[in-house]
Write a protein that binds this ligand. Structure first.
Ligand code: ADP
Length: 987
């Protein structure tokens, strides 16, 4: 059947050339011809489609094989170009024309069309109809679709052909394999027949052998019987022979039969031998038959295998026959597709025509495109313009914003100018007042000037007049003395008085002269300091020193100075003189009500001091420490208001109210907002900020407690903190509300006007720069005088430094330090241990001093717990060390003794508003080693700094504060001072 199938296929393959016209190459040729007429732009699109489609090629079948379709297995979408595709099509046509006999013609004319395909093609046609209906409007995309459909149809046909060709090829193979198998089977059958014949011969021989064996057996048994019989006979014959011989004569018949028997026996024996040989031969034959059997068995097995292989092949053949049976349906499909292709042809033609139209349109489009491109370019330009106009708009907006900002700024500066104008007017007024006062004073001075233009007789007349009144007991001796003195001084007042009483009675004249001598002399300015610290009774740092030192200096210059401080429980009461509570209370406002304040008075270093003790349940200043309480803002705003209330209620009219640091910064706004309107308006406010690090900011609402208007003051131009809108900043308030703002050194005043140094207030300070000034602090030279210092073991002076060595010895003794080497340099450090002071550099200096063989003394304490703990650790580490001592507390007397004992004092501050210890050190003959910052920069001048006149060089300075700087701290100085010998100093 397979062979029949195969021959059937072969006969189809050899179908006549009459069917050639319907073979598959034709449409490709027609498509190809279509492509040839397409314009370049269209070809481009086709090219891409072609490159994706599989291109069939018909090859000549090999002459020794049955003719079949051979599909070139080049990969799908193998990147063949349109040209190669076209040449392939041409090849197909030419090959088919060249070799008709080898081509395969598939009859598809009478095949039925699948209904689904019909519907698909209907849809396709409908689509194409729609496409054609759209006519002129067919876009290039629709043409592409159409081409795509045709291409996919082509692809399907090719695939079908491929499948068909491969099926035929398989069939061909199967048939040849089958034929070969048939040959093998025939051989086997022949062998089998041969083997059967042999078996049969062998069986016959076997039967013959069996028969022979039976015969042999029979013969053997017969032989045995006979031999037994013959033995008996022999015995009997021997006996008989003996008998015969004995009897001398037997009959002759016996002798012949014996002879016969012996003959027979020998023939039997011979027969027996030949039988044995036969048996052996048969056995050999039997063995060969057995071998043949085995071979037959093997052959049968082979046959069985071959039969099963044959069955497989037959099943394969049937499968391939089934495949072949499918061929008609494939043919149907092929035909159907071909029909579709043919149907598509006109559509394609139409589509091509439309494509041509589309191309024309495309060309028009290209023209349009160019126009569009041009337009786009113009648009782009326009866009650029637009962007630039947008930018312009943005710029305009920015400008508007800027203008707005500028306007705002202008407004602000207007306001500022207005306030300046006001200030200016005020200053002008003040100036006028001062001028008037000065005029008055000069007039007064003029009056005070001795009168030279009166005759001496006039003065003598006056003297006599006064002496007369004395003698007549009309005036006292003192009055007479004063009047006489005025005469001796040629005092204009007495002259004027004389003129005044020229026409008056003696009584009136007496009154005029007596009034003259009782008139008070002109005092200096009346300055009231309101501060949180005052040395030595309430001192934490430099602020206390400055308040006392400045007050004393002012007092010395003839000004009347008073100081108001809180009455802390932790003050040094033993340094106060005549402390007493006044028998009167001052009530001050706080938290919406009035609180009583007990007022204490006393003198400190000759200065009149008022201590305010608030009788508030919170016991504001009864906390065992000056600062660091949770309610510091409330405590000091309360105190500021109470201090002003004291001035107001006691009717004082100070010229200057000087407040210090954030704790009493409230005084400025309180004064102008509440007390000046009440009548305490004689004063001008001076605010000194000793350290902008501390600004005392708090939630704005807390300002209300002391009676200030939160709404009015929590404004950017008033007290509002520059970095938090909901907080108020007392220091900022004081800067805004004071008449003059000072800080404690010129360099620091510059530093705080920068963003880095201003701690958020630089803008405010710059805004108020006209009233902001840096004035270098000084030290109280009475308090800090080694020649009079009561804390020292031995007083000494610049001219006699022997006492310094004594103090060094004394402190070593006091602190248990080694005295083994009296000339060992001693480095001191007296400071609050806060980051500002460069604690890491202090720590480094300590170890470095030790390393270089010096002694180190640190007196200080820290409000920062971790720093305090750290230094406590170091103190513990060195508690028994001979060269290091850390005293971590505040100790006024010890500070004096360290200043006196040390050879050097380190002040490695990161920033330093002024710093007093370097100045004190200099007073005590201890060389300052300082970082060049703030007030240190204004007061310590490096010994090697040639820009500084030699006579002003007074210490060592360094600039950096980083790790690198550490080696500069102490190192060089110690090296230099290693040469310093206290003995030399003593000598
Ligand atoms: P600040 O005001 O920043 O603390 P200053 O150098 O302006 O620094 O002033 C420090 C004053 O405080 C100096 O008089 C110094 O002697 C003193 N002082 C600092 N610490 C102590 C201390 N632990 N014991 C005694 N006096 C100290």
């Amino acid at each position: 059947m397979a062979a029949a199938m195969s021959s059937c296929l072969l006969s189809r393959g050899l179908s006549g050339p009459s069917r050639r016209d319907s073979s598959f190459p034709r449409p490709f040729a027609s498509l190809a011809s279509h492509r040839r007429v397409l314009p370049a732009s269209c070809k481009m699109r086709q090219r891409s489609l072609s490159s994706r489609s599989r291109r069939p090629q018909v090859k000549k079948a090999s002459p020794d094989r049955p003719p079949s379709i051979v599909v070139n297995g080049e990969g799908e979408g193998g990147g063949a170009s349109a040209e190669s595709a076209r040449s392939a099509d041409q090849e197909i046509v030419s090959e088919s024309e060249e070799d008709d006999s080898d081509g395969v013609v598939i009859d598809v004319e009478n095949e039925n069309v699948d209904t689904e395909e019909v519907s698909n093609s209907t849809v396709l046609e409908t689509n194409l109809a729609i496409v054609s209906d759209t006519g002129q409007h067919l876009s290039s995309i629709q043409v592409d679709d159409l081409m795509g459909m045709i291409k996919s149809a082509e692809k399907n046909i090719l695939l079908l052909n491929q499948a068909r060709v491969s099926a035929l090829k398989d069939l061909d193979n199967i048939l040849s394999e089958k034929e070969a198998l048939h040959g093998e089977i025939n051989n086997l059958e022949m062998k089998l027949a041969e083997t059967d014949a042999r078996i049969r011969v062998a069986a016959r021989e076997k039967m013959h052998a069996e028969l022979l064996e039976d015969q042999l057996e029979k013969l053997r048994s017969e032989l045995i019987q006979r031999s037994e019989l013959s033995i008996e006979k022999n015995e009997h014959s021997i006996y008989e022979n003996q008998n015969i011989q004995l009897n001398a004569e037997k009959p002759s018949s016996y002798q012949t039969s014996a002879h016969f028997l012996s003959k027979e026996l020998s023939s039997l024996r011979a027969e027996n031998i030949s039988l044995k040989i036969d048996i052996e031969t048969l056995k050999a034959e039997l063995n060969s038959v057995k071998d043949t059997d085995e071979r037959v068995m093997m052959l049968e097995k082979q046959r069985f295998h071959l039969e099963s292989a044959l069955k497989d092949l037959e099943s394969k053949l049937s499968v391939s026959q089934e495949d072949v049976s499918k061929l008609p349906s494939l043919k149907f499909e092929y035909k159907d597709l071909w029909e579709k292709v043919e149907n598509l042809q006109p559509l394609l033609d139409r589509a091509t025509a439309q494509a041509d139209q589309a191309i024309v349109g495309l060309q028009q489009n290209q023209v349009l495109r160019k126009k569009v491109d041009k337009l786009e370019e113009t648009l782009e330009e326009a866009n650029v313009y637009k962007v630039s106009s947008e930018k312009l708009q943005q710029y305009n907006e920015l400008m508007h914003q800027k203008i707005k900002l500028l306007e705002e700024r202008l407004q602000r500066s207007d306001e500022e100018i207005h306030s300046y104008v006001q200030l200016y007017q005020q200053s002008v007024k003040e100036f006028q007042d001062t001028l008037n006062t000065l005029k008055k004073e000069s007039r007064k001075r003029m009056l005070d000037e001795p009168v030279d233009d009166m005759p001496r007789g006039f003065w003598s007349h006056l003297l006599l007049k006064f002496d007369g009144w004395l003698l007549e007991k009309k005036i006292s001796a003192d009055d007479a003395k004063l009047l006489r003195e005025m005469v001796w001084k040629r005092d204009r007042h007495i002259c004027d008085a004389y003129m005044e009483c020229k026409d008056k009675s003696e009584r009136e004249a007496l009154a005029i002269f007596l009034r003259l001598i009782s008139a008070p002399s002109s005092p200096g300015l009346y300055v009231v300091h309101i501060a949180a610290e005052m040395a030595p009774v309430a001192k934490v740092g430099g602020l206390g020193d400055v308040v006392t030192g400045l007050s004393k200096a002012l007092q010395k210059r003839g000004h009347h100075v008073e100081i108001i401080v809180p009455k802390y429980d932790c003050m040094q009461y033993d340094r106060m003189l005549d402390l007493r509570a006044l028998d009167a209370v001052v009530e001050s406002y706080f938290d919406g009500r009035l609180y009583k304040n007990k007022v204490w008075v006393g003198t400190i270093d000759g200065l009149p001091v008022f201590f305010i003790e608030p009788l508030h349940p919170d016991k504001f200043f009864w906390r065992g420490q000056f600062y660091g309480e949770h309610d510091d803002f409330r405590r000091f705003s309360f105190f500021s208001r109470a201090a002003l209330e004291l001035l107001f209620q006691s009717g004082k009219r100070p010229d200057i109210i000087h407040c210090h640091d954030w704790q009493t910064a409230f005084v400025a706004p309180l004064y102008w907002d509440l007390y000046a309107p009440k009548g305490l308006d004689s004063a001008r406010i001076c605010f000194t900020c000793h350290n902008f690090e501390y600004q005392g900011t708090a939630p704005a609402s807390e300002l209300a407690s002391c009676g200030l208007d939160v709404q009015e003051l929590n404004r950017p131009d008033r007290m509002q903190d520059n970095s938090a809108r909901d907080r108020v900043n007392p220091v900022k308030g004081a800067v805004v509300f004071s008449n003059i703002v000072t800080t404690v050194s010129p360099t620091y005043a510059q530093e705080v006007r920068t963003a880095e140094g201003g701690k958020g207030l630089h803008s405010t300070l710059n805004l108020h720069s006209k009233k902001f000034v840096g004035i270098l602090n000084g030290v109280d030279t009475d308090e800090w005088n080694p020649a009079t210092d009561a804390f020292l073991e031995v007083q000494y002076s610049f001219n006699d430094l022997q006492g310094k060595a004594e103090n060094k010895r004394a402190i070593r003794r006091q602190l248990g330090l080694s005295s083994a080497n009296a000339s060992k340099p001693m480095v001191g450090c007296i400071t609050r241990l806060v980051p500002q002071k460069g604690v890491h550099l202090i720590r480094h200096a300590l170890y470095r001093t030790l390393e270089l063989g010096g002694q180190f003394l640190l007196l200080g304490s820290s409000p920062v717990p971790h720093i305090q703990r750290e230094f406590e650790g170091i103190a513990k580490q060195f508690q028994n060390h001979g060269d290091i001592r850390l005293i971590l507390k505040y100790d006024e007397s010890l500070s004096h003794r360290i200043f006196a004992a040390s050879d050097m004092l380190i002040i490695p501050s990161i920033f330093e508003p002024c710093g007093l210890t370097q100045m004190i050190a200099m007073r005590y003959g201890s060389i300052p080693i300082a970082r060049k910052t703030g007030g240190l920069n204004d007061s310590v001048f490096d010994v090697d700094d040639e820009t500084i006149p030699f006579q002003f060089r007074n210490g060592y300075t360094f600039l950096n504060a980083d790790e690198q700087a550490k080696k500069h701290v102490v190192g060089t100085e110690l090296m230099n001072l290693g040469k310093y010998d206290t003995h030399e100093a003593e000598n």
